[in-house]
Design a protein around this ligand. Structure first.
Ligand SMILES: C[S@@+](CC[C@H](N)C(=O)[O-])C[C@H]1O[C@@H](n2cnc3c(N)ncnc32)[C@H](O)[C@@H]1O
Length: 276
């Protein structure tokens, strides 16, 4: 007899989903997270006219259909983000990285940045607004945003945000300066939007060709991976950075084994990883 949990996902389906998500996106879902699968996948089951997540698993097993697989996997990613998250990082960029880059790049007037795991784009656009604020509008600035989820990449590219999203981390002067009302939403100006472009990229793939960058944000994503995957990604990111370029990790993240590639440094209140 199959055991059933209170949320009704059969244990064999629970294991199937854990393995599927791990193999497709690298995310480790450990312990009893039935509620997580249930809450994220029930809406997909309903939209497909299925009565449960178990039926959704049966459909995926039977068809192995790529679109369905991606939809399920993307639903299991956590996309939480907001403008100017970890303000200490932005202060460190303004007070330490940018003054140095302005000097070093005085001839080419070029800087390149990467928001790896960019979700809905707030990280990339916060940086873009800050660069404009620092008088760099005439420079050749390029910000790449990437995410596994094509849904997130579409949203980031559109630069359209709900009221609740602009309420998080964005000051009133920046809202007025860079956004205009679009019905109930807010639309980012073309000037800021054109500074960034977004692509669908899995961080577990080869990343070197994306560089070279002066700064890589890789925040609040490594926490979802196992130790081996984390190290592989750190090595790849190191390969995309100029020597002396910065890697920024999320507040709760540490990078065990990073020493080969990065020197950990405190600047202001921020921890930065400087590429060796
Ligand atoms: C919590 S958000 C982080 C957003 C932003 N970096 C921040 O700190 O505010 C994590 C993002 O990582 C993305 N992600 C998860 N696994 C990924 C992978 N293997 N490759 C690329 N992106 C991934 C998710 O789709 C999600 O949008």
């Amino acid at each position: 007899m199959q055991t059933q949990t209170p949320t009704d996902i059969l244990s064999e389906n629970y294991r199937f989903l854990q393995e599927h998500v791990h193999s497709q996106v690298g995310i480790v879902i450990e312990g009893d997270k039935h509620y997580l699968f249930e809450s994220r996948l029930s809406p997909i089951a309903s939209q497909l006219g299925l009565s449960s997540v178990n039926d959704l698993c049966a459909l995926l097993r039977a068809t192995r259909e790529t679109t369905l697989s991606r939809r399920i996997v993307e639903a299991m990613t956590t996309n939480e983000t907001y403008f100017f998250r970890d303000p200490g990082h932005y202060e460190a960029i303004r007070n330490d990285l940018l003054p140095r880059l302005k000097q070093e790049r005085a001839d080419t007037r070029k800087m390149r940045f990467w928001s790896a795991a960019s979700s809905t784009g707030q990280e990339a656009y916060s940086l873009a607004m800050m660069l404009l604020d620092q008088g760099l509008a005439s420079w050749n600035l390029n910000i790449l945003g990437t995410d596994f989820s094509s849904r997130m990449v579409e949203r980031a590219s559109a630069g359209t945000y709900q009221q609740i999203e602009v309420n998080r981390g964005l000051s009133a002067p920046l809202l007025i300066k860079h956004f205009r009302r679009a019905g109930v939403n807010w639309q980012l100006s073309d000037q800021v939007r054109n500074m960034a472009h977004f692509e669908t990229i899995d961080l577990r793939k080869s990343l070197r060709a994306l560089g070279p960058f002066d700064l890589v944000f890789c925040r609040n994503v490594l926490i979802y991976f196992d130790a081996t995957t984390k190290l592989q990604i750190l090595e790849q990111i190191h390969g995309t950075l100029f020597r002396g370029g910065w890697l920024l990790l999320g507040g709760a993240e540490t990078a065990f084994g990073y020493e080969k590639w990065f020197e950990k440094r405190l600047t202001g209140n921020a921890v930065v990883y400087v590429a060796r």
